[in-house]
Every structure is written in C-alpha cells, then in structure tokens.
Design a protein around this ligand. Structure first.
Ligand SMILES: C[S@@+](CC[C@H](N)C(=O)[O-])C[C@H]1O[C@@H](n2cnc3c(N)ncnc32)[C@H](O)[C@@H]1O
Length: 245
C-alpha cells in the first residue's frame, strides 16, 4: 500500500492531476482484469523478474528485458485489430518473463503460442510461470524457445506476431528477413503488433511485404505508440487474378 501511495504522489508531481486520474483508471482496469482471469500473482511475478546481466548476448546490441506493462493497451489493440481465434498461432519475439504469453493465453483461444527468448533465465522463468498458470489459460499449447531470434525459422502456421521493443536495428533486420522467408515458403495473412515501432518501421522500409494499418497512442498509459501491420498478399492476389481470367 505505501508503495502504491508513493507511486501516486510521484505521478501527481510529475504529470499533474488529470493524467494521474486517467492512469489510475487504466491501472485499476488492469488489476481487475488480472483478478478476473485468475492471473494476478503470475502477472506480478512476470513484471518484477529481473534477469542477471551475464546471460545477455555477448558483443552485439542487446535490448534488455522490460515487461509489457499495460494489459489495457494489449487488450485494446488485440480486440480491435487482431481478433484472434482458435485458428491463430501466436509468436512473441523476445518473450522475456512470459508476460505477454500469459496475457494472450488467458484472454484468447489461440491454437498454440510460441515465445522466442535468448536469455536463459528468462526462458526458464517463463516456462515455469506458464506451467503454474496453465489451468487459467484458454490456450495451453505453449512452447518457449531459448534461442537468438536471428536463428529462429518461423513456423509456416504463425499468423499473429508481437514485438514489444525487443531488438535493435541489426537483429530486427535479420528477424524481418526470417519472417519474409516464412511468408515466401507459405504465403498467408500475418498480423503483426509492434510496440515502439520505430526500429521495425526502419527494417521494413521500402520492402512492400507488409503494411501498417494503424498506429495508436494511448495517453497516460504509455509515452510510446503501438502499431499494427498486415502482410500484403502479393503472391495470392496474383494467383487469384489468373484464376478469374
Ligand atoms: C522488452 S522485453 C519484452 C518481453 C516480453 N515480450 C513482454 O512483452 O513482456 C525484450 C526481450 O527480448 C529479448 N531479446 C533481446 N534480444 C534477443 C535476441 N536476439 N533473441 C531473442 N530474444 C532477445 C530480451 O532478453 C528481452 O527479454
């Protein structure tokens, strides 16, 4: 409780009254939803788990672990733009402590979910977290791959991807190339959600295989935007034209 009061006082000082009231509204929504889904303890644990520095990628750019904070933002974007159902396969790039897998699995009936995480401790922690929360999940087929994302070959059935600011430009470039190769092997509609989308935007600039369909900024929840993309079905549209002729 004193921690909460301290936080509110700090917000009042830094942002003023109205933004603090709005923020408290969103935070209460998150707390209520977690309670309803029965994942309050797991959400808390996933938010505060901090890995040791030594398990990080040596010698290359590394975007450190920072868990998705707002269930409201996640839910808003998925309810309005993604609408997942039981045919969808979800992939979280840089899945960290498993927070997004937890939110997604508790809320939507994905067919299966995959997390790709380089950090050994985070991967182990998230596996444990998902296992102990399994009875609360609508999607219980969850695999966490402990690997550098650049080396991960995207499975042909992945339809929804999430990036919560996981990579710098070089890794993002390699990951986008992997995604593109997966689409060439198996053309399909892929929906991509990207928080703080600048690096992703730079990586896909001029490539033409994916288009931004929305970019949202939710004041008082986050200072950064969240963007939604859909793949541009070049090959399938060409095929459809050929058939109608
Ligand atoms: C900002 S956190 C996001 C965590 C989680 N997706 C969430 O939203 O709660 C980014 C994660 O990407 C991971 N990461 C960074 N570089 C990576 C790489 N090359 N391969 C796999 N994971 C990586 C980090 O270890 C970190 O856990």
């Amino acid at each position: 409780m004193p921690r909460m009061i301290n936080k509110i006082v700090r917000r009042l000082r830094d942002y003023g009254l109205w933004p603090t009231v709005l923020y408290s509204g969103y935070a209460s929504y998150d707390a209520y939803q977690s309670w309803q889904l029965g994942i309050t303890a797991a959400m808390r644990a996933s938010r505060f788990f901090i890995p040791h520095a030594e398990s990080r990628l040596p010698g290359i750019e590394y975007y450190s672990h920072q868990p998705t904070t707002s269930y409201y933002m996640f839910r808003y974007v998925f309810d309005h733009y993604i609408l997942p159902d039981q045919r969808d396969v979800f992939l979280d790039w840089g899945s960290g402590a498993g927070r997004v897998l937890l939110m997604a699995g508790a809320t939507y009936p994905f067919c299966r979910m995959i997390g790709v995480e380089y950090d050994v401790q985070l991967a182990a922690f998230s596996r444990q977290l998902i296992q102990t929360s399994e009875h609360r999940l609508r999607c219980r087929t969850v695999k966490i791959i402990n690997l550098d994302a650049r080396l991960y070959e995207v499975p042909p059935d992945v339809t929804v991807m999430y990036f919560y600011n996981p990579f710098g430009p070089a890794i993002m470039q390699a990951v986008c190339q992997n995604v593109r190769e997966s689409l060439i092997r198996n053309p399909r509609e892929l929906r991509i959600v990207c928080y703080r989308p600048h690096v992703f935007d730079v990586s896909i600039a001029g490539s033409g295989w994916v288009a931004k369909v929305a970019e949202l900024f939710i004041p008082c929840v986050s200072r950064d935007s969240i963007a939604v993309y859909k793949t541009v079905p070049e090959r399938s549209s060409r095929r459809r034209v050929a058939v109608t002729r």
